[in-house]
Design a protein around this ligand. Sequence first.
Ligand code: NAP
Ligand code: G4F
Length: 322
Amino acid sequence: MKKALITGINGQDGSFLSEFLLEKGYEVCGTLKRNSVAENQSDRLDSVYGKVKLVYADMTDMSSLLFVLKDFQPDEIYNLAAQSHVRISFDQPIYTSQVVAIGTLNLLQAIRIVCPEAKLYQASSSEMFGNSIDSDGFQRESTPLTPVSPYGCAKVFAHNICKNYRESYGLYISNGILFNHESTRRGSNFVTGKVVKEAVRIKLGLTDQLELGNLEATRDWGHAKDYVKAMWLMLQQEEPIDMVCATGVSNSVRYLCEYTFSKLDLDYKDYIVVDERYLRPEELNNLKGDASKLRALGWEPSYTFETMIDEMIEFWLTKLKK
Ligand code: NAP
Ligand code: G4F
């Protein structure tokens, strides 16, 4: 039985990945960071509760990582823990860097000391590209990294230090450069979660307005369930490799609103208000990924943007009607 450690197991991706790995017969251990409301930590883990080992560890506390690795001795490590909200990284740049950049370095050092044979998946991000776009309109593995947020800068450090440790010490480390991915488990302060939940609340008469920031930004939105399969696939390769995971289809925040509200027989223009609070000091305008390398390994998304949003609408309708 292979053993997998997931940092940030109770995040959106950690929860789907733990389900996927359990189905594959893995023994799974996941890290939780302490939260004053215990219920908040298990919300996304209902289906795996009792089947995975849960331990407290914080990316900023290297000793906690050393203990987890020493105790569990994983074959595969998925480093998903992060302060993952781009807008909030402008409010908390130092904390974000400590978790995302130095936290990853803490983990690398701990792996070198305890289990240098383990394979590491690092959660890199399309936010690292900033406003770099290739002439055909896509971002891919070779596109320059020019981040435009503290979160993006910290992810670039983590990405590069992973490459450095791979080359310097021969560790098996793969960076997955994942574009935006969403689901019914997406935090409702990310734009898809927010738009769908609030549109449903408007439909049910629970509110009458939705405040948003930039409507013109475009994102390549896929489904988290499809993307955790890519994480696993990357670690099954003979040699470590860095790869983009994306759908290749890009839509604007405005289209997200138009589509969601129209599915509920509403006109988004009647409800959306642009609020400066949700604008960013610097914005990443357009993302569209070329995942040819990953597709050559047999990966392909099973959801379209529309089927994913439909699923999220159904989820919130059922939940909020209750
Ligand atoms: P998420 O839902 O925000 O989950 C992040 C996880 O990290 C949570 O379990 C969180 O715990 C934990 N965490 C936060 N700070 C920590 C700390 N100091 N020490 C230990 N754990 C900590 O993010 P996600 O959407 O699942 O994304 C997973 C990873 O992929 C992240 O690294 C993210 O940056 C990256 N990524 C995401 C996307 C995307 O579109 N979703 C795209 C590219 C890359 P709490 O919930 O208790 O805070
Ligand atoms: O949903 P978002 O907050 O996602 P963002 O900033 O693209 O970051 C996500 O994807 C990254 C991969 O590229 C991950 F690395 C990162 O961890 C995270 O998962 O915002 C998407 C777009 C932005 O252009 C934002 O300005 O939506 C725009 N937006 C407009 N109004 C809003 C809002 N975003 C949020 N969160 N809230 C708004 O009210």
